[in-house]
Design a protein around this ligand. Structure first.
Ligand SMILES: [Zn+2]
Length: 701
């Protein structure tokens, strides 16, 4: 295709002399002529996506035909490599559509997504269930010793072959048909789940019109709520939403127990309101289809299927590990609940602690114990300073430099763009998009408009990385001032960004963050260890008005408080991780009643009634729409790794030890998915990690 385009262009240039290259109206059909070939967001219109997708699919289909009809004996180059480099246009448009649909969506994009999802599902199946193609891949795999492959190429081949098998390539034609139907239905259900969730989140607001109903709320939180109200044309009122930066401070500080209950109930009932956005039927269907799909592919349960290629390998190992941490954390959470109940009684309260009370009494006890609250620390965590702090850490460890650029296209005015360089050489582009808005889904994530790899001729392709958070936005009279948790989230996502930026692979499928779920959080979570290190705080945690460096006594309290409430944090998280495992350990397809299933699952482990799972089923986006099905455990699994890996720095007495950093980059960050995760870890650390550093880290030991 490219050759034909080139010829046309060449002819046109000859005949018209100075006439420039014929350009399509659709930016996806042109080479991006922007700095660093960043997607030209200003020119990209919703109407460009579908034609680009359809053409991309057609191109890839033709490329596959060429691979299949090649009369030569299948080789790594004519089959595996050819597959790796097929579908460039499809990749180009998906790389833009996916991130935009998460971070800046609208009705039109959502509609396109609904239309696309069965088309793409069919297209993927057309490739992975194509028998002629599979026979070629299989032949290369079986004759792999003949091809003198590099370690990376061996991994690419192994992944490709196993992906085909795991996608059903070895099934009978009848079973392939069944699988196709299941895939198509599942992909549609996931899209519906996500759209319902966004509608539920945006559809709720707590409007306050009497000042006395703001009792207990800090000034900054009130200002925030007023700004929110003005934005909704509710001047003179205050609005709280189900977005975390709006909801959490309300739960922490509002003296009005009835309003806390109202807001938190709005949160934990998302998708469970028996209205048009209800997600219960959708997830019951997904859960059932996943069992059917696993059976077709020869696995006992979805978890058995999903975990096979992970570090954990099987569900038993995950549940055993989660149960160990659960056993350590539950008594701590119960003690935390008792301390809160004691405070309620001491204050003359005649009620039992409920889930919507937890943040409020945690905050009060924290204040009593450490005389510390988020409001005391916020002024030291201005978002720009926090970002400077994370850039500083990356500079100390890896020698990276970050320069803000105003000349690079962005998809929303809130986006800040940085060029990343090392020793004067370009490394990549980093976009950061920090504040909540209705067009953005909740949570924080990191992605790439383009991943690092090398093109088919070996020329370096530099990454364009995007980091998205939902951090406390600026108010009318204040810049964005973060909680320590929010600062941690920024460092976390930045860790994923470094994994992308420092990736140094050749093949696209194994670059950057293309690693198993239960390994991918190592590079991100290790970054969280630097956030509250005194040496780092000294550099960035400066009062936003006076420039005063955060006082040592606050740092000390922050350190002590970081082990506070960890029973709750751990149990809340583990409850969701176990819920995920329960859904996906089902060995028979059945029609689930979601409320009953969830309750039974939580009772089985003995979740205390004062704590709700971090995600209830109906808003558990990770497992129904985000690829984390039977993978939510990965965060705490990776904590075994990150706690142990950070020790490697600590043990040298220097958290910026350049030798350890270089080894971390060489063995882990630069490697992407080119090696087995455990091998990478051992190459870095010299040994396997144990669970102790994790328990110590969380103050559970
Ligand atoms: Zn992460």
């Amino acid at each position: 295709m490219k050759k034909i385009l080139f010829l046309l262009f060449f002819t046109a240039a000859v005949f018209t002399g100075c006439k420039k290259e014929e350009k399509s109206d659709n930016p996806f059909f042109n080479k991006y002529d922007t700095p660093f070939e960043v997607p030209p967001f200003e020119q990209i219109k919703a109407a460009h996506f579908m034609p680009a997708y359809l053409k991309g699919i057609e191109e890839e289909r033709n490329e596959i035909k060429v691979i299949i009809s090649n009369p030569d004996k299948p080789t790594f180059d004519n089959t595996i490599k050819a597959l790796e480099y097929s579908g460039q246009l499809l990749n180009k448009v998906s790389r833009v559509f996916g991130p935009l649909n998460s971070a800046n969506t609208n009705d039109t994009l959502q509609k396109i997504n609904r239309e696309l999802s069965p088309i793409l599902s069919k297209h993927r199946d057309d490739i992975s269930l194509n028998d002629s193609l599979f026979q070629k891949v299989k032949s290369v795999f079986e004759n792999r010793e003949q091809f003198k492959l590099s370690e990376e190429e061996k991994k690419v081949l192994d992944d490709t072959y196993k992906d085909f098998v795991r996608s059903g390539a070895a099934l009978s034609p009848d079973d392939k048909d069944k699988l196709r139907k299941i895939n198509e239905e599942m992909s549609l259900l996931s899209v519906q789940f996500g759209q319902n969730l966004l509608a539920e989140t945006n559809g709720y607001k707590l409007v306050i019109d009497k000042k006395e109903e703001l009792s207990g709320l800090p000034e900054g939180v009130v200002a925030q709520a007023a700004t929110m109200a003005s934005g909704m044309k509710l001047d003179g009122k205050w609005v709280f939403t189900l977005q975390v930066p709006s909801m959490t401070p309300f739960l922490q500080y509002s003296d009005r127990r009835d309003l806390r209950e109202k807001l938190f109930t709005g949160y934990f009932m998302k998708g469970d309101n028996d209205n048009t956005n209800d997600n219960k039927t959708i997830i019951a269907k997904i859960a059932k289809l996943r069992v059917e799909r696993s059976h077709l592919l020869g696995y006992k349960s979805y978890a058995d299927f999903a975990l096979e290629r992970n570090m954990a390998k099987n569900p038993q190992k995950v549940i055993e590990f989660l149960s160990k941490v659960w056993a350590a954390a539950t008594p701590v959470a119960k003690a935390e609940a008792s301390a809160q109940q004691e405070m309620i009684t001491r204050e003359g309260g005649k009620f039992k602690l409920e889930p919507w009370d937890w943040w409020y009494y945690t905050e009060k006890i924290k204040k009593e114990k450490y005389n510390l609250s988020d409001e005391v620390t916020r002024p030291y965590f201005k978002i720009d300073n926090v970002m400077e702090g994370m850039f500083y850490v990356a500079n100390q460890l890896y020698g990276l430099e970050f320069t803000k650029r105003g000349d690079i296209p962005k998809y929303h005015k809130d986006v800040e763009t940085f060029e990343v360089r090392r020793n004067g050489k370009h490394v990549g582009i980093l976009m950061i998009d920090n504040y909540p808005r209705p067009s953005k889904r909740g949570g924080a994530w990191c992605g790439a408009f383009r991943s690092q790899s090398r093109d088919i001729k070996g020329k370096m392709i530099y990454p364009i990385v995007t980091m998205v958070t939902n951090s406390t936005p600026p108010a009318s009279d204040k810049p964005s001032l973060l909680t320590p948790d929010e600062a941690s989230t920024l460092f976390h996502e930045f860790g994923h960004a470094l994994h992308q930026l420092l990736s140094n692979s050749s093949y696209p499928s194994v670059s950057g963050t293309s690693v198993p779920r239960d390994f991918v959080e190592l590079p991100s979570q290790i970054m969280e260890h630097w956030v509250l290190e005194p040496e780092v705080l000294k550099v960035y945690a400066k009062h936003y008005l006076t420039g005063e460096i955060i006082p040592a006594d606050i740092v000390d309290k922050l350190d002590k408080a970081s082990k506070f409430n960890t029973g709750f944090i751990t149990v809340e998280y583990l409850a969701a991780a176990l819920l995920d495992m329960e859904y996906h350990s089902l060995t028979e397809p059945m029609d689930l009643d979601i409320r009953t299933f969830e309750k039974t699952a939580m009772d089985k482990y003995g979740l205390i009634p004062e704590i709700k799972p971090r995600y209830r089923s109906t808003y558990f986006n990770h497992i129904w729409a985000s690829g984390y099905a039977s993978g939510y455990y990965a965060y705490i699994w990776c904590e075994i790794l990150d706690a142990d890996a950070f020790q490697a720095f600590k043990e040298t007495g220097n958290i910026f030890n350049k030798e350890v950093a270089a080894r971390f980059e060489k063995e882990i960050l630069s490697k992407g998915g080119t090696r087995d995760p455990l091998d990478m870890y051992i190459a870095f650390r010299g040994k396997e990690p144990g669970i102790d550093a994790l328990l110590l880290n969380r103050g559970l030991k």
